[in-house]
Write a protein that binds this ligand. Structure first.
Ligand SMILES: [Zn+2]
Length: 300
């Protein structure tokens, strides 16, 4: 091969790798009821929340298509997740369930088992024990975890704090200390076969605890979630987290999640931010965007 042909091949290869759109799995999407969406909210950047169920679904789903998000775990109350699933024309969604305390479910444990058996819950979470003044290690959660282990249903648990000031308004039982990843250690010990991932990687509060817990328990994964977009300050923390976990050697258990909440534009914002991080290689980004989650979800 002559020199110019080689250069041409290299250029073509580079062009193709830039062109080939990364497949993405989003481990952290939210759906909300009309009632919840109706309350007007603004994010840190002054962007107004989407205020009706249909638009919320449509805009989020359009973002999934735009960014080649082939699978997304969507949590919410049963009814709203059902609405999303019934409109999932391309089979992109995985059904989750979002609540803070088992009492919120308003069903006994047998009904919960039936729900699992009928395939209505493919991921148990986002669970927010932090918001209900509990931890996943508390007795009240154990029957649910047992069933998840039995049926090999992945569990997704909120770690880190919540919205600053939330304890004074909508989540009076929330305590910062309850978001410490170490508080799920007993769950990891008692259910060694349980598939489980932390959400938000310990937040701004315990990124190092998240890393150490992943070191001790090789089955434990984490997503990045809201940390990727919600404030410049969380972006600073998650960047540091990614640098540290890369050096620690557990980057292969880190998964992308957008945690778009009521702001569908955040899906793109999260992807752009992760792509902008210069100390991660192309391959490492591919793994975070897709491969690690595909392995965790047993899609391979
Ligand atoms: Zn979330």
């Amino acid at each position: 091969m002559n020199r110019s042909l080689i250069i041409l091949c290299v250029l073509a290869q580079q062009f193709l790798s830039v062109q080939s759109q990364t497949r993405i799995i989003d481990m952290h999407l939210h759906s909300y009821s009309q009632e919840v969406l109706e309350v007007e909210r603004y994010d840190h950047y002054g962007v107004k929340s989407v205020q009706d169920l249909e638009t919320h679904f449509k805009e989020t789903y359009a973002a999934l298509k735009k960014y080649n998000i082939v699978k997304g775990v969507v949590s919410g109350a049963l009814g709203t997740v059902e609405y999303w699933m019934s409109n999932d024309t391309d089979d992109r969604l995985i059904q989750g369930l979002h609540f803070f305390h088992p009492d919120d479910l308003k069903m006994d444990i047998d009904s919960f088992e039936e729900l699992i058996k009928s395939g209505k819950v493919e991921v148990f979470g986002e669970l927010g024990p932090y918001y209900s003044g509990t931890t996943l290690s508390d007795d009240v959660w154990q029957p649910y975890l047992k069933i998840c282990e039995k049926y090999d249903i992945p569990v997704a648990v909120h770690t880190g704090g919540g919205d600053p000031g939330g304890t004074y308004s909508w989540a009076p039982k929330a305590r910062l200390s309850l978001g410490d990843p170490y508080l799920i250690e007993d769950v990891l010990v008692n259910y060694p076969k349980l598939r489980i991932y932390m959400m938000h990687a310990g937040g701004e509060d315990w990124p190092e605890h998240a890393i150490r817990l992943m070191a001790y328990y090789p089955q434990l994964y984490t997503d990045l979630a809201v940390m990727l977009w919600v404030e410049p300050n969380t972006q600073r923390y998650i960047k540091e987290f990614l640098k540290n976990i890369k050096e620690a050697g557990y980057l292969n258990r880190v998964m992308f999640g957008s945690d778009q909440m009521m702001w569908p534009y955040a899906v793109g914002k999260s992807i752009d931010f992760l792509n902008s991080i210069d100390f991660l290689t192309h391959q490492e980004k591919e793994d975070i965007f897709y491969n690690n989650a595909a392995r965790f979800l047993k899609m391979e």
